[in-house]
Ligand binder design. Sequence first.
Ligand code: TEU
Ligand code: CA
Length: 544
Amino acid sequence: MYQVYPRSFKDSNGDGIGDLIGINSKLDYIKSLGVDVVWLNPIYTSPNFDNGYDVSDYKNIMKDFGTMADFDNLLKGMHKRGLKLIMDLVVNHSSEKAEWFKQSRSSRTNKYRNYYHWWPAEKGKPTPRWSFFDVNSDAWQYDKPTNSYYLHYFAKQQPDLNWENPLVRQDVYKIMRFWLDKGIDGFRMDAFQYVAKDTTWPAFPTGYELNIQKYYGNGPHLHDYLKEMNREVLSKYDIMSVSEGAGTTPEGALQFVDPARHELNMAYHFEGMGIGLIGGGESHHMNPKGYNLLEFKKVYSTWETGFEKKGWGTIYLGNHDQPRMVSRWGNDSSAFRETSSEMLSTFILTMGGTPYYYAGDELGMTNIRFTNLKDYRDISVINRAQHLKETGGNMAEFIEANKMMARDNGRTPFQWDSTANAGFTVGKPWLKVNLNYIKINVATENKVSTSPLNYFRKLTRLRKENIALVYGKYKLLDKDNKSIYAYTRELNGTRFLILLNFTSKSAKAHTGINLRKASVMIDNCNRLLKGEALQPYEAVVYKL
Ligand code: TEU
Ligand code: CA
């Protein structure tokens, strides 16, 4: 699964914003990577407070991105090349500009009133709820026209839909059918674990926001809604579905993806993304000492074995909500950027489940590390900065933390070549281009056989030609090794050994496996001898 952030992929008309015609013009590139499916972040009509995650018209295309005809052409272009298309379905909330919400807020008796969660102000303030993007982290927004508060887990421009209302669910199913009937191949369901809410609004313990998935995820009836959606929509088409988030444990996630339950096909977890963060996943502060590989191994081993018997997982190290993979999990200094990004790609492509790979990581694109707050476009950073300003918080520390964690690090324009603006646009890009594009770009890397780009192509081929890398049983080796992640994947007597050095020093794995008869299937350090120590950030896959 190759994830394309449409706003930043390729601009066709010089307005500085990536668009559908732009993506269409790059399908041969995408195909050349050896990926099968493309997931597009939201492309529906939106006022763009959260880059399309605030949808105002679910059955139309965002003006910035083009027209419905452009969409139809894009889908055709993908299918012609044997690529599948997955759309982002954003239905935990809509935009405040959606017709449903305009009606809903207009009067207490409007027929769309119960499409959202309202609390009449004469009853006092509702039970506190924490918001991801609100300036004051308050998920209840007072709305004057009807003297009521509405709920928004994300920004106040993103009111939460009321899934407890069957009419809302039926309307969502209609939207899904509209796109499925056009021939798309499935949905990535945004923030889906949050849709169901306990509308008696119980109080949560202090500090619950640091464990938000536990309190907001898996609300009552969530699985009833999924079963209903499966019955009414998903099961009627030959498509796939993946939920963003699925509780906090593999057992919980299995409830989404156990085929016997008839809900979804895949789900992705957040536990990996929280590794090395101080004070929980939403603190946006990376421990300056980095992260602990032993913890990393433990988390990924737990999720890997959680789907051993049934269900199906996913594996990813980056997306549009995260820093660049190499900056967060590898080492983006010039000495190690290429090797460490290749090592991380090797990890993703040799684990079980479906790999989700974020566009640009195949080049080893890095965090941009803005030093000026004005360069940010993400509502999350902008609103947190405003809060700090209002409360006199430590701005210098905030700027520093965002150099690692801000979402815009992963959203800078895709780097095609060494011409102006990395060949992304002939206009002014909506978000600054990372200046390292002069070196890190498709055109340059295409020409070098050992580039991260060409290494990635070898990896996708290796995975496809060796089914054991997809379905094989996973076994962690040398568990206490603080430098190396070592594991085997085995299916019907075919066994692979994967060795990954996560550090900038050479290191030795102690797997007890005799490599005399093993063959090197892929390696990012031009390995000549078998068995000796791994070089910094070396990745090697042996067939045993
Ligand atoms: O993200 C939902 C989510 O759970 C957040 O915690 C996410 O990790 C957060 O953005 C990090 O700061 C989804 C989308 O992927 C994200 O881009 C949207 O902003 C969000 O939903 C609201 O639609
Ligand atoms: Ca454009």
